[in-house]
Write a protein that binds this ligand. Sequence first.
Ligand SMILES: [Zn+2]
Ligand SMILES: [Zn+2]
Length: 274
Amino acid sequence: MAVEVKFWGVRGSIACPTPDHMIYGGNTSCIEVSNGPNRLILDAGTGLRALGQNLMQRGETSGILLLTHTHWDHICGFPFFTPFYLPGHKFRVMAGHLSDRGGVRQVLASQMAAPTFPVPLAALKADMDYVDFRAGDTLTDLYPGLVVRSGALKHPDGATGYRLEWDGKIVCYVTDTEHQPGQLDQSVIDLISGADLVIYDCTYTDENFAPKVGWGHSTWQQGVRLCQAAGARQLAIFHHDPENTDPAMARIEAEAKQAWAGCLVARDEMTLVL
Ligand SMILES: [Zn+2]
Ligand SMILES: [Zn+2]
């Protein structure tokens, strides 16, 4: 079986579905990683809605959602994932940063509480399982042939990076995270070592990073440096700044590919087969 990675949302911070963002896409973070009938969903940004429609068309009824963290752009698709409302469907929702903050179920319930949302979490009719772990844990009981390693990222309120080792392929998902200019984060290098694909927080560029220090994000140039130091094969530039319209993204894509042939820029509904 091949491991397939499909990007359903590639933007950071807030959805931006304007005519100037149609080529690269305006949905926020959501990625489907599948291996035959088994599927992980990475984050629940606005891209999750379209994934839900797609799963219903395909007759798929289950999955495991791994959240990096629970900032809006990574969870605002959660209440709009239709399969959650359907009896006979089965999902597990996992997060690594909330054990000391009430747990993932409570945080998602507060997201869907009045007066900011009209449908409560209790309205979900699928078989739902909410699991908290601690960033740094290794998860081995998700699917046969899959080992998920995790690590804490540097981000306000915490975030969890993931390394998926699945039937000989390694996919890493490292967003949202901030780097120190001039330094390589050894914990990120360890997480992405030898990966086939690294999906990394490339919100900014080295050129415009200085005023954004403390905001919890990184740059595509840092992604290249980390991948090269870690012996990773491919960098998917991800979590695009909504300020970057299609022409700006095209310039980043050209520069990044010039800097390192292993770069690609993630777009909404792009599929990679590993
Ligand atoms: Zn984000
Ligand atoms: Zn965030």
